[in-house]
Design a protein around this ligand. Sequence first.
Ligand SMILES: [Cu+2]
Length: 212
Amino acid sequence: MRSMTLGLLALTLASACGRNTPRPAARADAPPCHCSHDASAPMAANQPLPDTSVFQMGVPWTDQSGRAFDLASLAGSPTVVLMFYGTCQSTCPLLVRDVKRVEAALSPAARARTRFLLVTFDPSTDTPERLSALAAEDHLDLSRWTLLRGADHDIRTFATVLGVQFSRVGPGEYTHSNLITLLDPQGVVATQLEGLQQPVEEFARRIEGYTR
Ligand SMILES: [Cu+2]
């Protein structure tokens, strides 16, 4: 209920400032969708993105190189998203490892077509230099992985859309949901893994379905 309220609030705020913001994510345990798009069909070129697409968020993100990054550039690729912060001493390193387990579970062809997005809660600490260093420490392949930072209010809206809750509890310290999200090739939330060290096989199968 709380996340729904936050979602409505975020939508109100987003529409007030003229941004196109998709609806909040469905529940984390949502069953596979039975909507009109075919999960196994690659997205046709130039197909318009649905209103629920995260890729429609017109937000000025910046990547680990300090370059502007448009989420719409991910259209056509299934994308695994984790919100995290670089100085986390508890669950974030485990969650990054879990995303790497997803990556490792994919066939080489699916892995090459999948994108992995780490979005920080803490842009003041996680500068491009810091994000770049984290990518190197974790041996993340930057042809597939992107580490993003943005403005605090955009990070808050993005989290709400994904159903991720977080709050700052001290300098450089946050409590947060442990949630890994799969966006389908149109940027719509397809499924989520909640908790640490969950089985990744079904999640990986969903990705394979988008890349056949
Ligand atoms: Cu953490």
